[in-house]
Design a protein around this ligand. Structure first.
Ligand SMILES: Cc1cc2nc3c(=O)[nH]c(=O)nc-3n(C[C@H](O)[C@H](O)[C@H](O)COP(=O)(O)OP(=O)(O)OC[C@H]3O[C@@H](n4cnc5c(N)ncnc54)[C@H](O)[C@@H]3O)c2cc1C
Length: 445
């Protein structure tokens, strides 16, 4: 142990991992980024998290808090600083059977949650990937296969336990520290380390899930028809459209993924058939399956691959123009991957000021992803800029969870001015020295 870690109390019960140690290589790497932190601290208890936060504050080193380690900008690691890795705080406990209340450790992953809740017939609206962390996804949104029926992941949070920059443990819910409770539902990890989330889970059955594939020649009609239909589709239906895949070029089919939140085959068919009728179907593998089985593994990419990820929201009046631009982009030589997700439904029924998530009125959220070796991603940048310049008059905001950059412009896109001001006031109260800065950062001053 180095002299600096001597400032940790001797009863720190977690792991201390330093350069050269046996677990250092894997502990310093996230899904998409490598780092060279001076210390990785893996707390085993809330008390350990308090110690680790005090250690970071005293040393003055840059601090990364790592949940599932999936953030696109690589917030979960750093060079020369401290990483507090929450992976040991991964319990999933049913705390009230009747009300379906579940307490989840701040370092759990959604795969762990789905597997633990399945035997109880419960699930939580989250994302589409097992290895994504509950912490990162929930603190800025959570758009998954139940989003139109049950809202964002953060909409199911009813309370949280937070270790703030002073090392104190603070409880946040509607009745206790309500401004902090508002801020952690959208404002990311800016206010402290959430050691436990209390969620109201939803009873779940099997769901109808799968992909309906259309030929590229039908892209325009299918995509526009898909968006029109979703406006009146039942909330049980959540859907995404994968409309461009540069690895397959302009000949890539259009893949509409659907998840119907229910096991009644007639209701599922009634909800999904209008999508099947949008064009000639090349393939259709929609079938009932356990909700937990719809989540995919997040496979680490091969070394050397980089990702440039951008996202934006689309309000109703701009849907045709945006989809037209994206449909044209898919045929261009340097097209990015383009995926469009339905939101609306339960997300838009929550009042705009109830949480710090600022994009409730959007019908769609889309993501462009350029992926490849760095020179290829750089070479594709001008074409990407052209697409985004065309999109700019029609889109709004950005979804924090799908952004690989963290510039001031990105932060401004995530948080409109009035939301930012309110978050900054909360930041001044709970993290006045900006200890928690490796995120889309809200500055206290
Ligand atoms: C393969 C893949 C699939 C994805 N699919 C979806 C999807 O379907 N829907 C969706 O909405 N998003 C999705 N995402 C995006 C994902 O939500 C974000 O990348 C998110 O930041 C990941 O959270 P994490 O805890 O795994 O990451 P981390 O890198 O560990 O953390 C991300 C941020 O949250 C902070 N943080 C994490 N846990 C805590 C905590 N307990 N307390 C305080 N701060 C914390 C970190 O400090 C960091 O700033 C996906 C990402 C990937 C890579």
């Amino acid at each position: 142990m180095s002299s600096a870690t001597g400032t940790l109390r001797p009863d720190f019960g977690g792991a201390i991992i330093e350069p050269g140690g046996p677990d250092y290589e894997s502990a310093s790497r996230t899904l998409l980024t490598s780092g060279k932190p001076a210390y990785v601290l893996r707390p085993g208890s809330v008390r350990d998290v308090q110690e680790a936060v005090m250690f970071a504050a005293i040393t003055g080193l840059s601090l990364s808090v790592r949940g599932g380690g999936h953030s696109f900008p690589g917030f979960g690691t750093n060079d020369g600083g401290v990483v507090i890795d929450l992976s040991r705080l991964a319990s999933v406990e049913i705390i009230d059977k009747k009300r379906h209340l579940v307490r989840i450790g701040g370092g759990a992953t959604w795969g762990q949650v789905a597997a633990a809740l399945a035997p109880h017939g419960l699930a939580i609206s989250s994302g589409d990937t097992k290895s994504v962390g509950v912490g990162g996804l929930t603190l800025t949104g959570g758009i998954g296969w139940k989003v139109r029926k049950h809202g964002l992941a953060l909409d199911s949070v009813i309370a949280a336990e937070v270790v703030i920059s002073s090392g104190e443990v603070v409880h946040a819910c509607a009745a206790q520290n309500p401004e902090l409770f508002w801020a952690i539902r959208g404002g990311g990890g800016n206010f402290g380390i959430v050691t436990a989330f209390d969620f109201a889970a939803h009873p779940t059955t099997d769901v109808f899930y799968g992909t309906i594939t259309f030929p590229p020649s039908e892209a325009d009609t299918v995509i526009q028809g898909w968006a029109d239909y979703l406006r009146t589709a039942p909330d049980e239906l959540t859907s995404t459209a994968d409309i461009a895949n540069p690895f397959r070029g302009p000949g890539a089919p259009v893949e509409i993924r659907v998840a119907f939140d229910g096991d009644d085959p007639d209701l599922a068919a009634r909800a999904i058939d209008p999508i099947r009728q949008l064009g000639p179907v090349l393939d259709d593998d929609v079938a009932p399956r356990p909700y937990a089985d719809t989540l995919e593994d997040g496979t680490p990419p091969p070394p050397g691959l980089v990702f440039a990820i951008r996202s934006a929201f689309v309000n109703r009046e701009s849907v045709p123009a945006v989809l037209q631009i994206l449909a044209e982009a898919r045929t261009s030589e340097r097209s990015p991957f383009i995926a469009v997700r339905s939101v609306g439904g339960a997300v838009s029924r929550v009042p705009g000021d109830a949480t710090a998530y600022a994009h409730r009125q959007a019908e769609l959220m889309f993501v462009t992803t350029s992926a490849g070796p760095e020179p290829a991603v750089e070479a594709a940048r001008p074409a990407l800029e052209t697409i985004w310049t065309r999109l700019a008059p029609h889109v709004s905001g950005a979804y924090a969870n799908f952004l690989s950059a963290a510039t001031a412009a990105d932060v401004a896109a995530i948080y409109p001015p009035e939301v930012y001001r309110r978050l900054a006031a909360v930041k001044r109260q709970y993290d006045p020295g900006n200890l928690f800065a490796r995120n889309h950062n809200i500055r206290p001053h």
